[in-house]
Design a protein around this ligand. Structure first.
Ligand code: SAH
Length: 248
């Protein structure tokens, strides 16, 4: 029976995709791919497989979620296997949960294939160990772009003793840094922003909580970018960057 593979493509460099993801891609008749996914990942698709690009990043008009879900149901109904390829891990700020729910409710078989999320893989490419035992007692992932304006509990985050990783936070970087500062996180806390992590086009700004917004603005850092705040950022080093994949 036809099914849907819900696949994480990893943080950027196509070599960071899993073997299992590559196998699922080979099995698919139709590949639905998000914009953030490196086109090199599609090299594993079967020749002749239909590739459909869905979703646009960074606030531009994206393919409506409902439309994507309907499209997958239609393809599976026609007896074809779908590979739904999403950036990073499908369940980390990726709406993979919503897609899985819609498919399961329609009685479609779903196999989830996890991927390396940007929040771990991108700092790692700089040599940042997000949960270094002596420095951080954990890591917290938050999004800077909250639905219906809800904010994370910045006070709790500032007190948590965990490394903070912010997805989709670049546009609100100044606000995020000031909220964290007011919440009690020292302004000198190391902080960095990494654009196009693990790719040849990677750029990073290493600074402090107080200095990062202006530094990122000066460098005209752009999306996709991830923000890391915490003492572990001291490990950041450019020498950890090679080898990088060619940008799409
Ligand atoms: N499911 C994805 C996240 C999707 S949300 C994952 O698990 O990684 C998109 C956000 O992820 C971007 O706004 C950015 O904050 C982050 N991101 C994804 N790829 C990135 C990359 N190569 N470099 C830096 N940040 C990235």
């Amino acid at each position: 029976m036809a099914k849907v593979f819900l696949i994480g493509a990893g943080p950027g460099d196509p070599e960071l995709m899993t073997l299992k993801a590559a196998r699922a891609l080979r099995a698919a008749d139709v590949v639905l791919v998000d914009e953030l996914v490196h086109r090199g990942c599609l090299a594993h698709a079967r020749p002749g497989a239909r590739i459909i690009e869905v979703g646009k990043r960074g606030g531009s008009q994206s393919t409506p979620q409902v439309f994507i879900e309907k499209m997958m149901l239609k393809i599976v109904d026609a007896g074809q296997t779908v590979a739904r390829l999403k950036g990073g891990d499908p369940f980390v700020f990726g709406r993979g949960g919503e897609e899985m729910q819609a498919l399961l409710e329609a009685g479609v078989e779903v196999e989830v294939i996890p991927g390396i999320t940007a929040g771990i893989g991108v700092p790692a490419a700089l040599g940042i160990p997000v949960t270094h035992r002596e420095i951080a007692c954990g890591v917290t992932f938050v999004t800077g772009r909250t639905r219906d304006g809800r904010e994370p509990n910045w006070e709790a985050l500032a007190r948590s003793g965990t490394t903070l990783v912010v997805y989709m936070g670049l546009r609100r970087l100044e606000q995020i840094a000031s909220r964290l500062g007011k919440a009690g996180l020292p302004e000198a806390t190391p902080a960095c922003a990494i654009e196009n992590g693990t790719l040849r086009t990677q750029r990073e700004i290493v600074s402090t909580l107080a200095g990062l917004p202006a530094a990122a603005a000066r460098a005209r850092l752009a999306s996709p970018a991830i923000i890391v705040v915490g003492e572990v950022v001291r490990f950041a080093r450019a020498s950890a960057l090679e080898p990088k994949a060619r940008a799409a």
